[in-house]
Design a protein around this ligand. Structure first.
Ligand code: EAX
Length: 323
């Protein structure tokens, strides 16, 4: 009697162990804090993916660039040492060149325009280019419209930005555009930015409000100008290696989870846009709310000629024409 109870008890606990072993933990990394827009999006992705796979998959999250800069995380996904990354497109064009077109400054009028293009045929077609590069893009998430901050002076027009040494992402499309503003672009991985601003290695940087907030740049930058000079898309990226391991149903669950992450991440960007500027003022930043947008657009004209050559004027127009 006692023995049979023990046997039953053992087999029950062994069954439990077997179920636990069948659960696969996937690692997801991102640049900013767990409470930032990337954290909000990644949390929703992880919850929904675990639910959608009936617990067969769950996440371990690595916020705060714990696994390196965005370029390094993408490389890690390609190599298979990281499963997923929620990343801006900053370095992505270096892996999948078709992405670069959406990094053109002043390409998108506003959030509605950007989201419509990315959710529409142009954006969805770009996603199909990833597998050839050993990557799978599950969905567009969002970083936001980028604004300039610096420690030297208020920027209203390009002449105010001229001569400033500004950290940029490792993105040639951005750097080419920013040079026309007179800025000295200094590409640098995100984990180094705070220190570089603090030590004065660079005068400024540019990022969306959600990043400026989450990364406490108000501690090391006095001036914020709402230049909105470029939209910064983001993506949840994984690998064909992982996707090919999944059943069709689990694959679908990953895609559905990514879609919900997109909605949540965009919502958090909206909230930060609505509340973040007042918050940054409270933290001591001096904010230029009305910049000479036309002046920046005019300055950019030579770069646009070069973008038209690289990407095709028709392809750029096709994006601009989306209403
Ligand atoms: O994706 O590198 C950057 O400036 C990015 O905007 C940031 O890491 C969030």
């Amino acid at each position: 009697m006692k023995l049979s109870k023990l046997v039953i008890g053992l087999s029950v606990s062994m069954g439990f162990v077997a179920a636990a072993v069948a659960q696969t933990t996937v690692k997801i990394g991102y640049a900013t804090t767990a409470t930032s827009h990337y954290g909000v999006g990644s949390n929703v992705f992880c919850e929904e993916m675990e639910k959608g796979t009936q617990g067969r998959y769950k996440c371990q999250q690595f916020p705060n660039s714990a696994l390196g800069g965005e370029r390094e995380m993408i490389e890690a996904v390609q190599l298979g040492t990281l499963d997923l990354v929620n990343t801006s497109t900053g370095p992505v064009g270096n892996f999948v060149p078709e992405v670069k077109i959406v990094d053109i400054p002043f390409l998108f009028r506003d959030y509605d325009h950007a989201r419509k293009v990315l959710d529409g045929p142009v954006g969805q077609d770009i996603l199909t280019k990833f597998p050839a590069k050993g990557l799978v893009a599950l969905s567009w998430t969002e970083n936001g419209f980028r604004h300039m901050t610096n420690s030297k002076r208020a920027i209203v027009k390009p002449a105010d930005a001229a001569g400033l040494k500004m950290r940029t992402m490792e993105n040639k499309v951005h750097m080419e555009g920013y040079r026309t503003f007179g800025i000295q672009p200094t590409p640098m991985a995100f984990p180094e930015v705070f220190g570089a601003l603090q030590q004065g290695t660079v005068d400024g940087q540019e990022n969306p409000i959600p990043v400026i907030l989450a990364s406490k740049f108000s501690q090391v930058q006095k001036h914020l100008s709402l230049t909105g000079h470029v939209y910064s898309p983001a993506l949840i990226i994984t690998s064909p290696r992982l996707m090919n391991k999944l059943s069709d149903a689990d694959k679908k669950a990953f895609y559905e989870a990514a879609k919900k992450a997109t909605v949540a991440q965009r919502k958090k960007v909206n909230e930060d846009e609505a509340n973040g500027i007042a918050q940054l003022e409270k933290e001591g930043m001096s904010v230029v709310k009305t910049v000479d947008g036309q002046g920046f657009r005019d300055a950019l004209k030579p770069a646009y000629a070069s973008y038209a050559k690289e990407f095709g004027a028709d392809n750029i127009r096709r994006i601009q024409d989306v209403r």
